[in-house]
Write a protein that binds this ligand. Structure first.
Ligand SMILES: Cc1ncc(COP(=O)(O)O)c(C=O)c1O
Length: 376
């Protein structure tokens, strides 16, 4: 039997509509969208339709969407670009301690180029503190980079407030909307927004950086000058079309998806009564349930519970053996962090699957409470 897939933050199943949109481009329409002839122009038209569809789903006015290989690249272009264009007096980058490695490590790397990195702490609910943010963001700040929805615990950061502080100080605001795209309203006036197709039922290998009008960034990747010179390299029309189709579905499914994950969330809370939810119960996306249980060895649970595909936290950090930086930032002990697991569900998860997974996870966790011989 195929395991129940409950790792929607790591990646989401490809929507059939996105698959169908890609097939003709992979099979028949092989043109290079940057070629001037007819075959190339047809491919370019596909790319531009996809760009419009993704921009429309993002729901931001104006600006331009630059296709990238994924959100990691988009975030690198945004952070390094913002640092390179910053005035000499602005040498500080403010972010939050619970950001994804694509942000944290990029900001950290800039400290070797005389930038100061400030990682704002979060409270036990996982949310950045407005007072501390206001103290940290000042006229020496070049960039404030904060995610909309946290990938490990699902909490929604107060990005409106943080964007306001950034702009009041004359700094740029970057939003990592990878987990929030199509799931949590993005009302903040961001200067840059990073997104990724494979988190919204699109294909892997494509993402985007939306950049507001009037903001010029220096390129990170040099070459043929594609994507307005910001991101050279031949685009894949098939991946663009798949992303576009997935984005169109976000537009039409957003309400239904939200209702569905809320129903699953409420069911999940009843399935795991003696577990504790990590992170805010109110400021959150409901498709991410990160829970802990006293005395649990989360890594052992994962390896023993083979009928469910779930995780300890970030897919990038899993296997590192290190306790989650996010859970530690909430103030959890190493034991509590190690006794936590992330259960991520979404559009294609059924209630029956969730119930089956809940039973299997609880049974496997219960075996850890028994003395060694009885557990066998
Ligand atoms: C919040 C967040 N930011 C950035 C990324 C990186 O995205 P990609 O896989 O498209 O490089 C991820 C992926 O896990 C993520 O969850």
């Amino acid at each position: 039997m195929t395991p129940v897939y409950l790792d929607y933050q790591a990646t989401t199943p490809l929507a059939p509509e996105a698959f169908e949109a890609m097939v003709p481009l992979l099979r028949d329409h092989y043109g290079n969208p940057h070629s001037a002839h007819r075959v190339g122009r047809q491919a370019a038209a596909v790319v531009e339709v996809a760009r419009d569809d993704v921009s429309a789903a993002l729901g931001v006015a104006g600006g331009r969407l630059v296709f990238t290989s994924g959100a990691t690249e988009a975030l690198n272009i945004a952070i390094i670009g913002a640092a390179r264009r910053a005035e000499t007096g602005r040498r500080k980058i403010v972010t939050v301690s619970t950001e994804h490695a694509a942000v944290r490590d990029t900001v950290e790397a800039l400290t070797s180029q005389e930038f100061e990195a400030v990682f704002l702490p979060v409270g036990p609910d996982g949310l950045a503190d407005p007072g501390l943010a206001a103290e940290a963001i000042d006229e020496r700040t070049a960039l404030v980079a904060v995610m909309l929805v946290n990938n490990e615990i699902g909490v929604i950061q107060p990005v409106d407030m943080l964007a306001g502080l950034a702009h009041a100080a004359g700094a740029l605001f970057l939003c990592d909307a990878v987990q929030g795209f199509g799931r949590a309203p993005l009302t903040a006036s961001a200067d840059m927004i990073a997104i990724s197709a494979h988190k919204v039922h699109g294909p892997k290998g494509i993402g985007g950086l939306w950049i507001r009008d009037g903001l010029d960034l220096p390129p990170l990747i040099h070459g043929g000058g594609q994507e307005g010179g910001l991101r050279s390299g031949t685009l894949s029309p098939a991946l663009c079309a798949g992303f576009g189709a997935a984005a169109r579905l976000l537009d039409t499914h957003m309400k239904d998806d939200a209702t569905h994950v809320e129903t699953l969330w409420n069911a999940a809370l009843t399935l795991f009564p003696d577990w504790t939810v990590n992170g805010s119960l109110t400021q959150r996306y409901h498709g991410n349930l990160n829970i802990r249980r006293a005395g649990l060895d989360g890594a052992r649970l994962l390896s023993e519970c083979r009928t469910v595909s779930f995780s300890l936290g970030s897919a990038c950090a899993s296997g590192s053996g290190r306790p989650s930086h996010v859970l530690q930032a909430l103030g959890l002990s190493q034991k509590e962090a190690g006794g936590s697991v992330r259960i991520g569900f979404g559009r294609y998860t059924t209630l029956e699957e969730l119930e089956r997974a809940g039973k299997a996870i609880n049974e496997a966790a219960g075996r850890q409470d028994l003395p060694p011989q009885e557990a066998l």
